[in-house]
Design a protein around this ligand. Structure first.
Ligand SMILES: N[C@@H](CCC(=O)N[C@@H](CS)C(=O)NCC(=O)O)C(=O)O
Length: 219
């Protein structure tokens, strides 16, 4: 088995993406928790691994890669089965479009450092931070619901998991955490429920990790 080490945090949606890919590809990995709430991402020894101070970071055969998108592309090239992209180049482009909507236009607004800045510099309350995430993620949700209506089956693109599901599913969990009203996104909720029961998504889920606090574990 290849030696893979994943620096990550149970609740991080970018970490989920990579955990799910590793499980889908049947790859064993060593789980190294980085506690974001304790600020372990800012420690010099972690900054040596990822100078951006974020999770995830992957070490494969002593070579480091950080940023989930780069890691996922690498894993899919080095361990091609099952392919997380469709065969068709047009569909591949549309999968990447969906991933990028989540990655650039949704995820950053709920990121810990952004929310911490809103609290420290602007005095945001818990409710104001919820409203902030709600405001900025809604546009992405609307776009995803429309785009995926052309492609979805059980999952975002047809009836098998693709890279798009690895981005969309954990982002919907984040939306729930910030009380975003997801009830009107019926397609996204259908995909969410199917992902929720996928065995590799269960293994990657925030409630099942070694650093998951007891109160967030699924019984
Ligand atoms: N684009 C990066 C973002 C990484 C990132 O910011 N991850 C979050 C967790 S989901 C993090 O580590 N945040 C630390 C912080 O905000 O201090 C990726 O996809 O890996």
């Amino acid at each position: 088995m290849p030696h893979l080490v994943l620096y990550n945090y149970f609740r991080s949606s970018t970490s989920f993406r990579v955990r799910a890919a590793l499980h889908l590809k049947g790859l064993d990995f060593e789980y190294k928790p980085v506690n974001l709430l304790k600020g372990e991402q800012h420690l010099p020894q972690y900054r040596n691994i990822n100078p951006m101070g974020g999770v995830p970071a992957l070490v494969h055969k002593e070579k480091v890669i950080s940023d989930s998108t780069a890691i996922l592309e690498y894993l899919n090239e080095v361990f091609p089965e099952p392919n997380l992209f469709p065969e068709d180049p047009y569909l591949r482009a549309r999968v990447r479009e969906v991933c990028e909507i989540v990655n650039s236009s949704m995820h950053p607004y709920g990121n810990l450092k952004v929310l911490q800045h809103l609290t420290v510099a602007h005095g945001y309350t818990h409710e104001q931070k919820d409203q902030w995430v709600q405001k900025w993620t809604t546009q992405g949700l609307e776009a995803l619901e429309t785009i995926l209506s052309n492609f979805a089956g059980d999952y975002c693109f047809g009836n098998r998991v693709t890279m798009a599901d690895l981005y969309v599913f954990p982002q919907l969990i984040t939306c729930q955490r910030f009380n975003v009203d997801l009830s009107k996104y019926s397609l996204l909720m259908k995909i969410f429920k199917n992902c929720e029961y996928h065995p590799d998504f269960i293994k990657a889920h925030l409630s099942n990790q070694i650093d998951t606090p007891e109160e967030l574990r699924k019984s």
